[in-house]
Design a protein around this ligand. Structure first.
Ligand SMILES: [Zn+2]
Length: 88
């Protein structure tokens, strides 16, 4: 497990939150007053997931609903599983 700099992550989260942009995945507005684990709350989505080599930089981050972020993660996970399964 690689140690991650939470200070930078917190700053990125605050920057994205301050912009009050709509969800980058579904395009619907985000209610920034909702709190985790509400499925409609704001989360930081990595455009290219860190697990797939994505950078932990603001350029690789976008705002998303918790719900949309989870769906994206599930889809990525199943496609990765399929890909790695086909290699065997
Ligand atoms: Zn969304």
């Amino acid at each position: 497990m690689v140690a991650r700099n939470t200070t930078i992550r917190d700053r990125h989260r605050a920057t994205l939150r301050a912009k009050k942009l709509p969800c980058a995945i579904c395009g619907e507005p985000i209610d920034y007053t909702l709190r985790w684990p509400d499925l409609d709350c704001f989360v930081v989505d990595h455009i290219v997931p860190v697990d797939l080599g994505g950078a932990d930089t603001i350029d690789n981050k976008q705002p998303a609903h918790h719900r949309c972020n989870r769906e994206k993660a599930n889809k990525l996970e199943s496609s990765i599983l399929r890909r790695s399964g086909s290699l065997r």
